[in-house]
Design a protein around this ligand. Structure first.
Ligand code: ADP
Ligand code: MG
Length: 697
């Protein structure tokens, strides 16, 4: 049975009755290639056409089938020509309104005729009505049959009608002798019983044609056990695919870094502060990983300002001591530049050169860096993803650190590992993120990684006081900037625009900088935006960092990682336009020194309910984890993890925000499958994660 079933899963759609090459082409537009794809192409919503509703029971917003006799039909000539038909079913009257109609249609809807209609009920001027309902004539007394099942409405495309998709789903369910054959059950019965979930075949069959007693609302909210079954299996498969990835990494060989040497000792001894307990703990965790001849694969989570850079640098120092190269990659040029400055300040006095590679590096500088890396003359490299382009070769890459991981996806992570692989040795990988991921989500999204958490901020930080003010009070805000700077502190003024265009953002920031320069003549005002040349941007940032500028006007380019401890005031204009995570990141630019810091979220009213919720969340808490949890609820995990850009964890059916409860059960079930039913794992993963890097063990 299993062989036949596997064939069915892989069978091309053309094996279905009635599917020729043209139909197959249209199906391909919906990414439906196999019979199994069609089975998993689930309805978006459902219509209940299983009962004829008495007109008197209808309420606006209902979608219903009604049947009645035409009492009046007339064409009304007003601003728009329309056909008005009044039907009566013995309980009440209902108006059918048509703006587009043919003479034949008009004749068909003559007085005395009985029609059955399906449509959405609205409150019209003269009682309830349906606009352009579907309708057909029926014999007056005969009980014309209604649908036996809820009517599925599928995501469709041109040339593929709903009836065609319904017929196709039916064919797929019958294919190979029925759903049990097409949809092999990989969840053991004990597991299904524990979770109270139906079999996969039952679930899929139900969703393509639910019986009339199933609640349309439950289905549309994704709460029906049949949907939960599919969502669970999908989450499980995702988790298993990442676990398999981890197993694979465990079988690779990496250079084992020996005991800490001179570079590590001198680096730590030279730090101007004592490490926090959390930093020390995480550095130890990393050291243990790095001492093994298996590639480290670890995520370090730490809220903004928790001091991740030093932790990364400590790991890089170990690489250098062991005679290997280390690379630090950041998602933006600005951040990479800052890392380069930090690493150079820490390592160059110790005689360890740091190479710099980014998109905008000058040709000569770039050639020199490439040569130094290829020859091994540069033990350390910092850059953007330019670090991992084709022509970059490392002599002995032993450790890759990726900062602000949420901008990179699983596949990019793997590409990096491959990049560094040489003579059977794979580099260690350390990933750092300031986006705290709620635990349940981390277990699935990062099942291929070990996780360390820096859960302590360096001492002496005072929480940032956050206020929310309408932009009508701009003058007060300007006065606040004046006061802070007069007291010797510095401030950021962040301009936001919805437009993604760098040019428009730059313009807005320029205009704001001009206005502020005028309003605050005693202050030294700088400006950074994405259109500036890298060197100019760096120069402005450097002056701000040195205290040669009081106020820095910026676009959101300064979002990640920028570090100026003397800055104690952050103004964010049009804060209502940004997401929680981004606002939290921006706010994290202040509160890095001992001075009390503040963040002013200026908004342009009126606020949407969601925006209001976001702003008050920020006012109430500084805790990155609490904010991440709230963000997950408000926006959904796609946004939280940055999957939109990275293509990581693309889910067909499961919705992480909705299916949190399922998510909690996933790790234990996954473990059970791996130990007790290992043969079930590869086909399960293949069913849901066809593009998985992991193609079966
Ligand atoms: P993030 O985790 O956001 O990347 P950074 O690594 O940029 O944080 O560190 C933020 C600031 O805190 C930097 O100025 C850094 O030098 C400082 N810092 C890091 N660790 C400590 C510590 N243990 N004590 C005091 N300051 C620290
Ligand atoms: Mg950082």
């Amino acid at each position: 049975m299993h062989t036949a079933a596997l064939d069915a899963a892989a069978a091309p759609v053309t094996q279905l009755k009635g599917v020729g090459p043209r139909m197959a082409e249209r199906l391909a537009r919906l990414d439906l290639h196999t019979v199994q794809d069609v089975l998993f192409h689930l309805p978006l919503r459902y219509q209940d056409r299983t009962r004829v509703a008495p007109i008197a029971t209808l309420r606006p917003g209902d979608q219903a089938v009604v049947q009645g006799e035409v009492r009046a039909a007339q064409v009304r000539f007003g601003r728009r020509r329309m056909l008005l038909v009044r039907i009566q079913d013995g309980s009440a009257l209902l108006t059918l309104r048509f703006f587009h109609f043919s003479a034949a249609q008009q004749a068909n809807l003559a007085r005395g005729v009985t029609v059955r209609c399906y449509g959405e009920v609205r409150a019209g001027v003269a009682g309830l009505e349906m606009i352009h309902p579907e309708y057909r004539r029926v014999a007056p007394d005969q009980e014309a049959p209604v649908e036996e099942r809820l009517t599925p409405i599928y995501p469709a495309t041109e040339g593929l009608s709903q009836p065609a998709l319904r017929a196709l789903a039916g064919e797929s369910l019958r294919f190979g002798g029925g759903p049990a054959h097409s949809l092999v059950e990989w969840l053991p019965p004990v597991v299904r019983a524990e979770l109270a979930l139906p079999s996969l075949a039952e679930a899929v069959a139900l969703l393509h044609g639910p019986p009339p007693d199933v609640s349309v609302q439950a289905l549309e909210e994704g709460r029906h056990p049949a949907q939960q079954r599919l969502a669970f299996e999908e989450l499980l498969a995702q988790h298993l695919s990442l676990r398999a990835l981890r197993d694979r990494v465990e079988r690779l060989t990496a250079p084992a870094f020996g005991a800490p040497g001179e570079v590590t000792r001198a680096f730590l001894a030279g730090l101007p502060f004592a490490l926090t307990g959390a930093q020390r703990r995480v550095i130890d965790e990393l050291a243990r990983d790095l001492a093994r001849a298996v590639p480290m694969h670890r995520l370090v989570q730490g809220d903004v300002g928790s001091g991740k850079t030093v932790v990364a640098a400590a790991a890089l120092a170990r690489a250098v001591d062991a005679g290997w190269q280390g690379a630090l990659m950041a998602p933006t040029e600005l951040l990479a530049e800052q890392h380069a400055r930090n690493l150079r300040a820490w390592f160059e006095p110790l005689g360890v050169p740091v190479a710099w590679l980014a998109g905008r590096a000058r040709a000569r500088e770039r050639q020199a860096a490439l040569a130094a890396l290829a020859e091994g003359a540069a033990p350390l490299a910092v850059g953007t993803h330019a670090l991992f382009q084709e022509e970059v070769a490392f002599a002995r890459l032993g450790l890759v650190v990726i900062d602000e991981q949420h901008r990179f996806g699983v596949h990019q992570r793997l590409a990096l590992r491959e990049k560094g692989a040489r003579e059977g040795l794979h580099p260690h990988q350390l990933i750092m993120t300031a986006t705290p991921i709620p635990r349940t989500l981390a277990m699935t999204a990062y099942a291929d990684l070990e996780v360390s958490v820096i859960d302590e901020l360096p001492p002496g930080r005072t929480p940032v006081e956050t206020v929310v003010v309408p932009d009508a009070r701009r003058e007060d805000v300007v006065a606040r900037v004046r006061e802070a700077c007069a007291a010797g502190r510095q401030a950021y003024w962040v301009c936001t625009l919805i437009e993604e265009s760098d040019a428009l953002q730059a313009q807005a920031a320029e205009a704001t900088a001009a206005l502020l320069t005028e309003a605050l003549p005693e202050l030294r005002v700088g400006l950074v935006h994405g259109r500036l040349k890298s060197a100019d941007k760096e120069a402005v940032m450097a002056r701000f960092k040195q205290g040669a500028l009081d106020l820095l006007v910026a676009t959101t380019v300064i979002e990640v990682g920028v570090d100026v401890p003397n800055a104690s005031l952050m103004i964010i204009e049009n804060a209502e336009r940004l997401g929680l995570a981004q606002l939290h990141q921006l706010r994290g630019r202040v509160g890095r020194g001992a001075a009390a810091s503040a963040c002013v979220l200026m908004y342009h009213g009126p606020l949407s309910a969601l925006a209001r919720e976001r702003l008050s969340t920020l006012r109430e808490t500084n805790d990155g984890f609490a904010i991440a949890q709230r963000d997950l609820e408000l926006r959904g995990p796609g946004e939280v993890l940055g999957t939109r850009q990275t293509g990581m964890l693309q889910l067909r059916i499961a919705r992480l925000e909705r299916d949190q409860a399922l998510l909690e059960r996933v790790p234990a079930v996954a473990e059970r499958l791996r130990t007790e039913y290992p043969a079930h794992v590869p086909p399960l993963v293949r069913r849901w994660v066809p593009g998985a890097v992991y193609a079966g063990v």
